[in-house]
Design a protein around this ligand. Structure first.
Ligand SMILES: Nc1ncnc2c1ncn2[C@H]1C[C@H](O)[C@@H](COP(=O)(O)OP(=O)(O)O)O1
Ligand SMILES: [Mg+2]
Length: 215
């Protein structure tokens, strides 16, 4: 009879996870994944959630765009990937999120992780290195609605990816890589689907019913 766990595998897991002190800081802190296609309204809803519930909003896209603006070498590489509508390397996003979460872990009631995970592997890596989500808000809008909103946003956003060509490729990336994330977490019963076709206010009402049910 062999052992179920070798000593080595246990050690490796501990090394990958958060140090005890950091894990302690995050105890009881809610982690909410906000997932949806580009232009579905994730950022808009997160702003309203922050206002009402006082959660901390971390947008993976905003963190990446900040890095680009800083003009660093890493930022330049990221910018090229984002212009193509592709996903940036998993570790880059995760490191940025982890840093931002730990910086506020002691003072925050909860974190809205906006635009992450973009693929199942990102979700798995997040759980291994940081923790498990309490809830996944699935902001669901049809592709026509998303394109329309993105083109309108593109008139003023100055975002390199808000153009017709990049939007097409972002939608493709979303349907092939991100939709499986929803399936993955549905099995755990933490997915709450929000119909995001309506007005900002009506979408938010639906969001609130799910957040109110958390406590
Ligand atoms: N329910 C809604 N109705 C109409 N426009 C909306 C909307 N939710 C968001 N928008 C607008 C705001 C933005 O210009 C654009 C994309 O919204 P966003 O919050 O930036 O999306 P995301 O963060 O999911 O990419 O659409
Ligand atoms: Mg956004």
């Amino acid at each position: 009879m062999g052992h179920c766990f070798s000593h080595d595998s246990i050690k490796t897991n501990e090394e990958q996870g958060l140090p005890k002190a950091d894990a302690e800081k995050l105890k009881g802190v809610k982690i909410i994944f906000v997932v949806g296609g580009p232009g579905s309204g994730k950022g808009t809803q997160c702003e309203k959630i922050v206002e009402k519930y006082g959660f901390t909003h971390l947008s993976s896209g905003d963190l990446l765009r900040e890095e680009v603006r800083s003009g660093s070498e890493r930022g330049k590489t990221l910018s090229e990937i984002m212009e193509k509508g592709e996903l940036v390397p998993l570790d880059t996003v995760l490191d940025m999120l982890k840093e931002a979460i730990l910086a506020k872990a002691e003072t925050s009631k909860g974190f809205l992780i906006d635009g992450y995970p973009r693929e199942v592997a990102q979700g798995e890596a997040f759980e291994k290195k940081i923790g498990s989500p309490t809830l996944l808000l699935y902001i669901d809008a049809g592709s026509e609605t998303m394109v329309e909103r993105l083109l309108k946003r593109g008139e003023t956003s100055g975002r390199v990816d808000d153009n017709e060509e990049t939007i097409k490729s972002r939608l493709k990336t979303y349907y092939s890589a991100t939709e499986p994330v929803i399936k993955f977490y549905e099995g755990r019963g933490i997915v709450r689907r929000i119909n995001a076709e309506g007005s900002v206010e009506s979408v938010f009402e639906e969001v609130c019913t799910h957040l109110d049910a958390l406590n």
